[in-house]
Design a protein around this ligand. Structure first.
Ligand code: HEM
Ligand SMILES: *[C@@H]1O[C@H](CO)[C@@H](O)[C@H](O)[C@H]1NC(C)=O
Ligand SMILES: *[C@@H]1O[C@H](CO)[C@@H](O)[C@H](O)[C@H]1NC(C)=O
Ligand SMILES: *[C@@H]1O[C@H](CO)[C@@H](O)[C@H](O)[C@H]1NC(C)=O
Ligand SMILES: *[C@@H]1O[C@H](CO)[C@@H](O)[C@H](O)[C@H]1NC(C)=O
Ligand SMILES: *[C@@H]1O[C@H](CO)[C@@H](O)[C@H](O)[C@H]1NC(C)=O
Ligand SMILES: *[C@@H]1O[C@H](CO)[C@@H](O)[C@H](O)[C@H]1NC(C)=O
Ligand SMILES: *[C@@H]1O[C@H](CO)[C@@H](O)[C@H](O)[C@H]1NC(C)=O
Ligand SMILES: *[C@@H]1O[C@H](CO)[C@@H](O)[C@H](O)[C@H]1NC(C)=O
Length: 294
């Protein structure tokens, strides 16, 4: 319970940092306080709502955080702050695949994919730190336990042997459904343990382990694994999260803020971003409601 509160509080702090971040001039259309005039209480409401929901259901922190990232990589409905972001006219499931990193992607692929979204190698190693909370399906990593490099029965030799054995206990070969903690020591706390795990050859996903295979990412992992305070990681995470929130931003009248996240707005003679504020807030509450109901 105390740990759950820790996760909720930490995520709220991270989101709070995002809320408080000053906008850069180059992204004038996604900004802090986009709703200052039309609805001054907007960000307060969202912040308080998030705090309350994560206080009651800290296990939602993982799914919510992942939702932010999936949305960014698939140009889908957007719920993170800074506010005022416009959605694309199209949102299709098939967009998610090519725009999302495959669990088996190597470090070269990962760096290239992030670069495609204007994200740096540093963003990659920093944002991967989100795997300090949440869970993964066995199917996302069982190849490393039973079929490494397509060799039946082989496990990934770079994975800590004791951890491999423990994971084989949790995920039988054909099991695709079981969920396993990404950061077993502290699965609900947003802290540096992810980097400690990765540095000790206990990164769960192949992409976590891959961070040790390039000098720059490896150096960051080792530094955070040994850091006495999470301050640098938290500051980096807030910055990288904002970098991620700018992916594919549509400006100058392109795109729209959806009234309903799942559908393009119906044609309207007077559509403006101001009139769709309620839609954006409603979307957030609906998403949180849907998540709570699961
Ligand atoms: C480096 C590229 C990334 C890869 C390859 C990746 C891959 C994955 C995979 C395969 C899972 C398990 C999904 C499942 O089995 O259901 C996962 C979970 C998760 N990812 Fe990532 N991810 C990446 C980046 C990110 C980013 C940028 C964030 C957020 C900032 C993020 C946050 C999360 C969270 C919180 C979970 C746990 C979700 C839950 O508990 O339901 N990941 N990721
Ligand atoms: C909204 O208000 C905040 C706090 O007063 C301020 O920092 C921010 O620049 C304002 N944003 C806009 C777009 O006016
Ligand atoms: C990374 O994977 C791609 C295929 O996705 C492959 O073409 C490339 O050679 C691999 N690079 C390394 C360094 O393993
Ligand atoms: C965010 O993006 C900027 C501009 O590309 C980059 O200089 C910065 O390093 C990124 N932030 C992090 C924490 O990587
Ligand atoms: C092992 O991996 C290979 C190559 O990716 C694949 O063709 C084969 O079906 C896998 N075997 C099992 C048992 O999953
Ligand atoms: C693996 O487990 C054994 C027995 O519990 C222990 O002695 C050993 O130190 C562990 N090795 C690692 C790398 O954790
Ligand atoms: C952490 O620091 C200690 C001593 O400063 C060093 O011996 C150790 O190798 C470092 N660990 C990592 C993972 O960098
Ligand atoms: C990357 O940045 C360039 C230059 O600012 C911009 O034109 C492009 O749309 C950005 N790409 C993405 C996916 O955000
Ligand atoms: C989206 O739809 C609107 C109205 O139908 C249109 O004006 C706009 O050009 C479309 N495309 C984008 C990328 O916004």
């Amino acid at each position: 319970m105390a740990k759950g509160r820790g996760a909720a509080a930490a995520l709220v702090v991270v989101l709070g940092l995002v809320v408080a971040w000053a906008p850069s001039p180059s992204s004038a259309h996604v900004q802090i306080g986009a709703y200052n005039k039309t609805c001054p209480q907007a960000e307060d409401i969202v912040y308080k709502e998030m705090t309350a929901i994560l206080g009651k259901s800290p296990e939602l922190a993982g799914p919510l955080l992942r939702l932010f990232s999936v949305d960014c990589f698939s140009k889908g409905p957007y719920i993170a702050l800074p506010t005022g972001r416009r959605d694309g006219n199209n949102s299709v499931a098939s967009d998610v695949g090519p725009n999302s990193p495959a669990p088996g992607a190597n470090i070269t692929d990962l760096v290239a994919l992030f670069a495609k979204f204007n994200l740096t190698t540093k963003d990659l190693v920093v944002l991967s730190g989100a795997h300090t909370i949440g869970k993964a399906h066995c199917s996302a990593f069982s190849g490393r336990l039973y079929n490494f490099s397509g060799a039946n029965g082989a496990s990934d030799p770079t994975l800590d042997a004791n951890y491999t054995a423990a994971l084989r206990g949790q995920c039988k070969q054909a099991d695709v459904a079981t969920l396993v903690d990404l950061d077993p020591p502290t699965p609900t706390v947003f802290d540096l343990d992810y980097y400690k795990q990765v540095s000790a050859q206990r990164g769960l996903l192949a992409t976590d382990a891959a961070l040790l295979l390039q000098d720059a990412t490896k150096a960051y992992v080792l530094r955070q694994a040994n850091a006495s305070s999470p301050a640098e990681f938290f500051a980096d995470f807030a910055e990288s999260f904002i970098n991620m929130s700018k992916i594919g931003v549509l400006t100058h009248g392109h795109g729209e803020i959806r009234h309903k996240c799942s559908v393009v707005n119906p044609p309207s003679p007077t559509t403006s971003s101001a009139t769709s504020l309620a839609g954006s807030l409603l979307l957030l509450v609906l998403l949180l409601g849907a998540a709570t109901a699961v």
